[in-house]
Design a protein around this ligand. Structure first.
Ligand code: DGP
Length: 115
């Protein structure tokens, strides 16, 4: 069996990290290397899906739960507006192959983040 992902290790408490939101099937943590004033990762608890393409095909309801969780994070920690980013593949900077969404918010006006 493969090693648990870094996100699973945070979820199980093996690695310290504050869980901002837990909806049952989805959880959220702050990104360790924030690219925006609000930068949170929304992650399904299952490691079954490597990226959002696999997730959308395999469990679209779980993808919808991730989007709803992103909206809740934006409402609780920003003005309700947010940017949602999924990296899909190493060549576009995906480094953790346990699907996750980057939720960015509180961006300065007209300032786009570099990813
Ligand atoms: P990606 O490049 O799309 O695979 O995003 C992976 C993100 O995970 C990256 O922005 C940094 C974040 N990350 C990696 N290790 C840790 C960690 O130990 N704790 C937290 N909170 N975030 C991490």
């Amino acid at each position: 069996m493969s090693e648990p992902s870094i996100f699973t290790r945070i979820l199980t408490g093996d690695i310290p990290g504050e869980i901002l939101l837990d909806t049952g099937r989805v959880f959220a943590i702050r990104d360790i290397d924030p690219q925006a004033p609000l930068h949170v990762l929304v992650i399904p608890k299952t490691e079954e899906y490597r990226d959002v393409t696999e997730l959308a095909a395999g469990d679209p309801a779980l993808l919808a739960e991730m989007v709803a969780a992103a909206k809740r994070i934006a409402e609780e920690h920003a003005n309700g507006e947010y940017r949602l980013i999924f990296n899909n593949g190493a060549s576009v900077a995906q480094s953790v192959f346990h699907v996750h969404a980057h939720v960015l918010g509180n961006l300065e006006e007209n300032k786009l983040v570099g990813f």
